[in-house]
Design a protein around this ligand. Structure first.
Ligand SMILES: Nc1ncnc2c1ncn2[C@@H]1O[C@H](COP(=O)(O)OP(=O)(O)OP(=O)(O)O)[C@@H](O)[C@H]1O
Ligand SMILES: [Mg+2]
Length: 387
């Protein structure tokens, strides 16, 4: 079924007249959504519920709505967001929260995600989304190889298909190392881009992002410790969302951060790679991460991909033992080769550039193949100019 053949229903349980009016206006601009006025409808695809008046009663309503299976996606809105109010609601299964005054772009983005999910359900196996895919990379501990993974994964995707537009983002303010790993001189970081968010178009990004010889566009993190980051809430999520319009693949080095924007970005990711070694402390952290992703963003094993990095047959835990502890098979394995990865980093090259036929380079190639599928480039768009 195509996008044009779908209409999803939205009900607005919103008392504040200006908020209601704004939501009606936003939905009116979307062809694939229509407002459901009837309060006795047996099912609505999206319910926007205003909370904050009587938290106990509202929480009970949320619980019942989700239990009775009468709502596809539940979105919340309130004039004020306190953790006491939001956390139980999000834990109960609400998908999104819109702070008032309503940000139209944020609402449209969330509705688009619902539509994409429905399209995926209706067309299993097909890639209906034309937007770029996000691959988040999260470390189970410091120093496990998160940046090495992000850099070599992104460049391996690019190597498989020169037509793809691949972005690599460093989310680690002050400690980001991607430019160093790729021996890139960069002038602009994402904080700088945030100051020009209104002009986030292809030509601006082209001039702002550094391009590595592999073809990958790199967006570093702000580097200096001596300045305070002045960014609006949700800014990084907005930036990454906007970048999906221009790029086919966006690989993000999240470091060990899964709070705030990073969690939201992970929620919208095609896959989240949890980088771990086969040691007990790391596997325990992976378990905690699995739980956090499940409770905070509803992300479970299908999209969470544990990576056994620096893998050695004689490691502390076997793959079978670690898989058992995690409740899912570990299928992504990068062999241990310290001299190679160190030599790559110190010369500012990728592992494939240093040793194309090495087991590590092969492992990255295999991983990249698992996400690129058939070699199809993204047509049109201003970013086509970069190809
Ligand atoms: N497959 C591998 N085999 C052996 N060593 C590896 C492998 N991958 C990465 N390493 C090494 O692990 C060390 C840490 O790598 P990296 O900087 O990528 O980790 P990180 O998790 O991003 O660290 P940080 O927490 O400092 O950001 C480096 O010395 C790197 O060369
Ligand atoms: Mg790192």
């Amino acid at each position: 079924m195509s996008r044009q053949e779908i209409t999803l229903s939205i009900q607005l349980a919103v008392k504040a007249p200006d908020v209601h009016r704004e939501l009606v206006r936003i939905v009116g601009e979307l062809d694939q959504f229509s407002i459901q006025e009837r309060e006795d409808a047996a099912w609505v695809d999206v319910l926007v519920l205003e909370i904050g008046h009587d938290p106990a009663a509202e929480f009970e309503t949320i619980r019942l709505l989700l239990k009775e299976n009468v709502v596809g996606a539940l979105f919340l809105t309130a004039s004020e967001a306190t953790t006491d109010l939001l956390l139980p609601a999000m834990r109960a299964g609400a998908r999104e929260f819109f702070q008032q005054p309503i940000d139209a772009a944020e609402v449209k983005q969330a509705l688009e995600a619902v539509l994409q999910k429905r399209l995926r359900e209706l067309n299993p196996g097909s890639t209906v989304s034309e937007k770029g895919k996000i691959y988040s990379v999260v470390g189970a501990k410091g120093g496990v190889g998160t940046t090495t993974f992000a850099v070599n994964f992104a460049t391996s995707i690019q190597a498989l298909n020169k037509d793809r537009l691949v972005a690599l983002i460093d989310m680690n303010p002050f400690t980001g190392e991607i430019p160093f790993f790729l021996d890139l001189k960069t002038d602009t970081d994402w904080e700088e881009i945030g100051r020009n968010l209104s002009r986030l178009d292809a030509p601006y990004l082209q001039s702002a992002m550094a391009r590595h010889s592999s073809g990958v566009f790199v967006l570093p993190a702000p580097p200096k410790l001596d300045r305070e980051l002045k960014m609006a809430t949700g800014f990084l999520f907005k930036l990454v969302s906007a970048m999906r319009e221009f790029f086919d693949d966006i690989v993000i080095d999240c470091g060990m951060s899964i709070s705030g924007d990073a969690m939201k970005i992970c929620e919208y990711s095609e896959s989240i790679y949890l980088i771990s070694t086969m040691s007990m402390p790391c596997i325990i952290n992976v378990r905690k991460l699995q739980q956090s992703f499940a409770s905070a963003a509803g992300v479970t094993n299908g999209r969470l991909q544990v990576v056994a990095n620096r893998f050695e047959k004689k490691g502390q835990l076997s793959l079978a033992e670690a898989s058992k502890l995690l409740g899912s098979d570990i299928v992504n394995i990068i062999p241990n080769d310290y001299p190679l990865t160190m030599s790559a980093v110190s010369s500012g090259k990728t592992v494939a550039e240093v040793a194309k036929r090495s087991q590590v380079a092969k492992a990255y190639r295999k991983l990249a193949q698992s996400v690129t599928g058939p070699q199809v480039g993204k047509a049109g768009g201003l970013f086509g100019l970069f190809r």
